[in-house]
Design a protein around this ligand. Structure first.
Ligand code: FE
Length: 243
């Protein structure tokens, strides 16, 4: 008799925070959104992160042996999360137009909308197949502001954020469930004026348009310019579906 396969849904009840994980290499800086930071010991103070091998930050940490974590406040805007979570450092310099400091490890640290900053030197790593777990000694840490740290649940429920495919917690089943049309939504979908980005969850509301990018309020989604892209993550119009 074979044992039943584990119920993936049981994993969906694990709680996480949301962080900007950064590193550097050869004067290049990069950062990404990460939900897998945890403190592993107190004496000495050590932390760990789990990172997908395809992420540029993974290569930077592997080779530089350092990483930093900026802990997001729950008031951080979706734009900041999307900037680090849905753009690749392979394509854009995420620090080109963003305020940051470089700490003891040389890794960039984000201050705006963050409560604390941590810096670590890699002590050891564990190959987990698609991902690597890096564990490191805390070499610097500072508190920037009082507040409530952002949680993964807050990101998904309040900001309506999506989970990138590279995230350790990405689930194709969960993503499909979230996008599954309800029993009556087929007809509504054709007439729905709002459209949602399948990459980051941004909702285009025709009443508001996207004035910052030349789309006037009152413009139906279908009438936005062909080259208009998601203002949060840069995905093309084809990534949108009726909300
Ligand atoms: Fe998007």
């Amino acid at each position: 008799m074979t044992a039943p396969s584990p119920d993936e849904r049981a994993l969906w009840n694990i709680s996480y925070g949301l962080y900007i994980l950064t590193s550097h290499l050869d004067r290049r800086l990069n950062g990404m959104i990460c939900n897998t930071v945890m403190q592993v010991t107190s004496h000495p103070m050590r932390i760990s992160v789990c990172v997908n091998k395809e992420n540029l930050t993974h290569g930077f940490i592997s080779r530089s042996g350092v990483f930093a974590v900026s802990i997001l406040a729950d008031t951080a805007p979706m734009e900041l999360v999307a900037h680090f979570g849905f753009k690749s450092g392979h394509d854009v310099d995420k620090f080109a137009d963003l305020a940051f400091q470089q700490g003891a490890t040389g890794s960039p640290l984000v201050g705006d909308h963050c409560l604390s900053q941590l810096e670590a030197r890699v002590l050891d790593s564990m190959d987990m197949g698609t991902h690597t777990v890096f564990a490191g000694d805390l070499v610097a840490a500072r508190v920037l502001a009082q507040g409530t740290p952002m949680t993964y649940a807050n990101y998904r429920q309040v900001l309506k954020g999506k989970v990138p495919r590279n995230a350790p917690t990405f689930s194709a089943n969960r993503a499909a469930q979230a996008n599954e049309p309800g029993p009556t939504s087929g007809r509504a979908a054709n007439t729905s004026p709002r459209h949602v980005c399948g990459v980051c969850g941004y909702v285009y509301d025709p009443e508001k348009g996207d004035p910052e990018h030349g789309v006037a309020p009152g413009t139906p989604f279908q009438e936005t310019p062909p080259d208009w892209v998601c203002p949060l993550c840069g995905a093309p119009k084809s990534a949108f579906t009726p909300a």
